[in-house]
Design a protein around this ligand. Structure first.
Ligand code: 13P
Ligand code: SF4
Length: 312
């Protein structure tokens, strides 16, 4: 029954996409059935690059609010639709514009690098945006004398500080999904599968990253799982990435690093708000639409374009 419903929705979405010259961009944390109908599935950097290049008139962004904002900032003349306007992000929410303005004012000679997981208002106050796949490269491109504020993810910031020997001032924010991955459960899984590689997203705490054989963005983790000779992986990030990992390497085994003994609760509640039904409805009705003022678009675009230039 569920399959028949999915098949008819998928067909209707396909027809609407053609009729309206629309494209569906999806993050790896989306449910499998959304990843499977998307025109492009990727990490935050890949999605931004794709949003910049698309020739479509309508972008349906199957991700969270800050990602759809980024697509709109890069495509002010296109219609950007978001299947559920409430699909936010705990990390972006941990950095509110008024608080950040005060924080930034205390460090007037610092450059601001913000992780893409932040609102357009925070982007407007930033000098360069980065993602988990280019953060180290971007920080390394700056002179060692350059003083830097890094926002909003303290875990990613601490990881970059450790890797580059910098002393960036960190905003105290984190992702509720990555922050609760537990050391004990990884150690237990590793004891059960000693030949498994531990692979982790840099939004995890330092204690988790210390256990990792590889640290990277979602695309980085996926590519590592494909290229590695290992056949088992303990994956410390959101559950959605397992779909592409299993598709690319059906003979390998993937264990999501659990959040406690009984539950693999690392589903992002915001990413998982999107459904095929909501994608169909937003394509049909062309709403909810992501709208931003010209001023926000103009100011938030500069640090994003700087990131894209530095990522080439
Ligand atoms: P990346 O896919 O860029 O690694 O980002 C992960 C994430 O948490 C997105 O919200
Ligand atoms: Fe935000 Fe974390 Fe969800 Fe990514 S996984 S959208 S950082 S809450």
């Amino acid at each position: 029954m569920k399959n028949r419903l999915f098949d008819s929705l998928i067909e209707k979405i396909g027809i609407l996409k053609k009729e309206k010259n629309a494209v569906i961009l999806a993050h790896y944390y989306q449910v499998p059935e959304i990843q499977d109908i998307a025109d492009f599935v990727g990490d935050s950097l890949g999605l931004s690059q794709n949003a910049l290049q698309t020739k479509a008139d309508i972008i349906v962004f199957a991700g969270v609010h800050f990602m759809a904002e980024t697509a709109k900032i890069l495509n002010p003349n296109k219609k950007v639709l978001i299947p559920d306007l409430n699909a936010g992000c705990s990390l972006a929410d941990s950095c509110q514009p008024d608080d950040f303005l005060k924080f930034k004012s205390a460090y007037p000679d610092h450059l601001v690098i913000s992780y893409i997981n932040c609102s357009a208002q925070i982007k407007m106050m930033s000098d360069i945006i980065c993602t988990s796949s280019n953060a180290v490269k971007i920080v390394e491109s700056l002179s060692r004398e350059q003083k830097i504020i890094f926002a909003p993810d303290k875990n990613l910031g601490a990881y970059i500080n450790a890797l580059t020997g910098r002393n960036m001032i960190l905003w105290n924010g984190s992702c509720e999904v990555h922050d609760i991955v537990k050391v004990e459960t990884i150690i237990k899984l590793k004891a059960e599968h000693p030949d498994a590689k531990v692979i982790a997203h840099p939004e995890c705490k330092a204690v988790i990253l210390e256990l990792a054989d590889y640290i990277g963005s979602t695309t980085g983790l996926l590519n590592y799982s494909i290229q590695s000779e290992a056949t088992k992986f303990i994956v410390a990030t959101e559950t959605g990435i397992l779909h592409q990992m299993k598709k690319a390497s059906p003979d390998k085994l993937f264990f999501i690093a659990p959040t406690d003994e009984t539950c693999s609760c690392n589903d992002c509640p915001y990413m998982k708000m999107n459904t095929l039904q909501k994608i169909y409805a937003c394509l049909l009705n062309e709403k909810p639409e992501l709208l931003l003022s010209d001023e926000v678009i103009e100011k938030a675009k500069k640090p994003i374009l700087r990131m894209l230039e530095l990522s080439e």
